[in-house]
Ligand binder design. Structure first.
Ligand SMILES: Nc1ncnc2c1ncn2[C@@H]1O[C@H](COP(=O)(O)OP(=O)(O)O)[C@@H](O)[C@H]1O
Ligand SMILES: [Mg+2]
Length: 378
């Protein structure tokens, strides 16, 4: 059991306000991931929850108890950092046991806790080794083991996999997911700038930007229903294309005439008075496909990237505008220099006015989120 409540939490360093007005409730057993651009305050927020950083304003509650002035050791929290900083002269077991020794636990207790952590993290064969005789992934598991032995109610992770190479990152990410499954009542908050980690690990993602929370939601909800252009372009890779245009028909479906000459039908309803409104049409690269019919976007391919599983087509890389990118499944040879027409399903399109999604509007209940693919036949 560990439920966190942040109410109007703020952080300033002197005159500089890094975070303000953070309202967030995290349920017991939830896996919440903080994402956001570098320097947006992810680590700061995590460190305030841990008690390593003073909270400048607002309150933090854990299980209904105000924690602002409670020292880190009494919050029932353990934190795992990017740099695992193990003691090089101590064995894996002693590294994991260190905090328990300081806390004055008995040999028996320490033995049991380190055995258990070793089993949970598949470190049993390595308990008597020194850190230098371990791989990077194993070392990071020891660092996680140091948290597990204390059996905290809340685990905080600050980019724990950033120092690992790509293959180890994938393996360790899966281990963290399994670890969470084995501890369903433990709450985890995880900071990362890695999209895949965020999408795969999180029950809910918190997007931080501009000193506040841009959006909170299930990973696919953020992907399919971003509240604004920032979240739309932050979640998903390559980023969502934003094509400027004007509303040309309103109703259940909305027609958009793009400045580039294309036409789009969008499955978002608009009101008659919104006719002619300046909008940005949002199209994810992976939602675009080549067509002979009416096109949202027409252009000459000026660069391709063949990744095998997908091919990226780039348009307009030579100008000073952001290039438009289409991501087609599979291999497409000889596309450079070709003129193509691209379209996308009305249900896959997004509409933004002054940066805000037109899905979210005053007085309109959006209804619970259901992933788009699940509503397709078959
Ligand atoms: N001790 C500090 N003193 C002053 N500014 C700080 C301090 N720690 C962090 N900051 C500033 O707070 C902002 C958020 O930092 P941080 O939480 O580390 O960002 P993130 O983890 O999202 O990359 C940054 O602009 C950083 O420069
Ligand atoms: Mg950080």
């Amino acid at each position: 059991m560990a439920e966190l409540k942040l109410k109007g939490v703020a952080k300033s360093y002197g005159e500089v306000e890094v975070l303000s007005n953070i309202d967030l409730e995290i349920s017991s057993g939830e896996f919440v991931v903080f994402v956001g651009p570098s320097g947006c305050g992810k680590s700061t927020l995590l460190r305030m929850i841990a008690g390593l950083e003073r909270i400048s304003g607002g309150t933090l509650e854990i299980d209904g108890q105000k924690m602002n002035d409670i020292p880190p050791s009494q919050r029932g929290i353990a934190m795992v950092f990017q740099s695992y900083a193990l003691y090089p002269h101590m064995t894996v077991r002693d590294n994991m046991a260190f905090a328990l020794r300081i806390a004055g636990q008995s040999r028996q207790q320490i033995r049991e806790a380190t055995d258990r952590a070793g089993r949970m993290l598949q470190l049993t064969p390595y308990l008597d080794r020194l850190p230098k005789a371990l791989s990077g992934g194993q070392r990071q598991r020891v660092a996680i083991g140091r948290a597990i032995v204390r059996d905290p109610k809340v685990y905080l992770f600050d980019e724990p996999l950033s120092n690992l190479d790509a293959a180890l990152r994938v393996a360790t990410r899966i281990e963290i997911a399994q670890l969470k499954e084995s501890m369903p009542d433990r709450t985890m908050i995880y900071v990362t700038h890695d999209q895949t980690e965020a999408m795969t690990l999180a029950d809910r993602i918190v997007v931080l930007a501009g000193g506040g929370i841009a959006q909170v939601g299930a990973p696919l909800e953020l992907y399919e229903r971003p509240v604004n252009e920032f979240v739309a372009q932050f979640i998903g890779s390559p980023a969502m294309n934003l094509l400027p245009g004007r509303i040309s028909s309103t109703g259940e479906m909305t027609g958009v005439t793009l400045d580039g000459g294309g036409e789009a039908q969008v499955a978002i309803s608009t009101r008659p008075e919104e006719m002619g409104l300046k909008v940005n049409l949002g199209v994810r690269p992976e939602d675009m496909r080549i067509t002979d019919g009416p096109a949202i976007f027409k252009g000459e391919v000026d660069m391709t990237e063949a990744l095998g599983e997908v091919t990226l087509l780039y348009f307009g890389t030579r100008g000073d505008v952001t290039p438009v990118i289409a991501k087609l499944p599979g291999i497409h040879a000889g596309m450079n220099g070709r003129n193509v027409r691209l379209t996308a399903d009305p249900e896959a399109l997004h509409l933004f006015h002054e940066g805000r999604s037109m899905l979210y509007r005053d007085g309109v209940e959006l209804g619970p989120y259901v992933p788009r693919a699940a509503s397709l036949p078959g």
